[in-house]
Every structure is written in structure tokens, then in C-alpha cells.
Design a protein around this ligand. Structure first.
Ligand code: HEC
Length: 132
């Protein structure tokens, strides 16, 4: 019985370990408000990411991002863990180095997951999913 309890506690620990990221993802890919996401994006992301298709900034344009994301997660070069376009976008924001978009340097801040609330992350994902 004691062993069982120890095993169970370990399993729970394992399940919660590294939970910050997947915990965030569950909550942050639903219930987002795209209008709020747009404001946030304009303030914090637009300097590096254009919304027009052919405009290169420090980072890739987000034009067509929702469609692209669905392709990227099925690409054999993809190194991240996302299974859906929404999860890919979230992963790109909170863990940008999980998969580096080809041709770009790893210059995106890696602490948006701490700086932004879950609601703000959800809003950003909802906004970026409008770029089909
Ligand atoms: C300092 C410039 C910079 C800022 C600011 C920045 N990014 Fe990025 N971002 C990049 C670069 C460079 C890449 C490509 C390399 C990589 O994958 O990390 C990228 C990649 C991405 C991707 C993946 C794009 C794709 O085509 O696969 C998403 C989504 C993204 N950023 C969203 C955001 C959001 C949302 C914000 C604001 C909260 C933001 N970025 C702020 C530079 C930036």
C-alpha cells in the first residue's frame, strides 16, 4: 500500500512537472478575445512581425500564420510539441526556441510566458488565428 502511494505521488509529480508550459497551453488556447489580442500585438509584437504578407522585419510576417502553422506541425523538420495550429502559435510565443522558423535568428524574448497573463496569451492566439 505504501509503495502504491509512493508510486502514485511520483506519477502526480511527473504529471505536474514541466506543467507551466502545458498548463498554460490548455487554458491559453481557448476563450481568447481577438480584439484585445490585436492591441497587445500592436504594442508588443508588431515591431518585429509585420501583418502584410511580403513585409520582412526581424521576425516573419504573421500573414497566413494559422494556415502555415497547421502545415509546420506536420513537417518532418518541426522540433516542437504542438498538435494544433493554436498550440503551435502559443508555443511560438512562450517557447520560441522549441522550433525556430527557418531563416530566422533566435532573437525573440523567451519570457513572454511570464510577462503575459494566460488571458493575454489566449487573446494573442485568438488574434493570430485570424490570419488564415
Ligand atoms: C525582437 C523581435 C521579436 C519580437 C518583439 C517578437 N517576436 Fe515573434 N519571432 C521573432 C523571430 C526572429 C521569430 C522567428 C524565429 C523563431 O521561431 O523564434 C519569431 C517567431 C514568432 C512566431 C512563429 C512564426 C512562424 O511563422 O512560425 C510567432 C507566432 C511569433 N513570433 C509571435 C510573436 C508574438 C505574439 C509577439 C509579441 C508578444 C512576438 N512574436 C514578439 C522575433 C520577435
Amino acid at each position: 500500500m505504501k509503495t502504491l502511494i509512493i508510486i502514485l505521488s511520483l506519477l502526480i509529480l511527473v504529471a505536474c512537472g514541466g506543467d507551466t508550459k502545458s498548463g498554460v497551453s490548455e487554458a491559453a488556447i481557448s476563450g481568447g478575445n481577438p480584439a484585445n489580442g490585436e492591441k497587445l500585438f500592436d504594442n508588443r509584437c508588431l515591431a518585429c512581425h509585420a501583418i502584410e504578407a511580403d513585409e520582412e522585419r526581424v521576425g516573419p510576417s504573421v500573414a497566413g500564420l494559422a494556415t502555415e502553422s497547421a502545415k509546420i506541425i506536420n513537417d518532418s523538420n518541426y522540433t516542437g510539441e504542438a498538435q494544433t495550429a493554436e498550440a503551435y502559435i502559443l508555443e511560438s510565443i512562450i517557447d520560441p526556441e522549441a522550433y525556430l522558423t527557418e531563416g530566422y535568428a533566435p532573437v525573440m524574448s523567451t519570457n513572454y510566458g511570464d510577462q503575459l497573463s494566460e488571458q493575454e496569451l489566449a487573446d494573442l492566439v485568438a488574434y493570430l488565428m485570424t490570419f488564415k
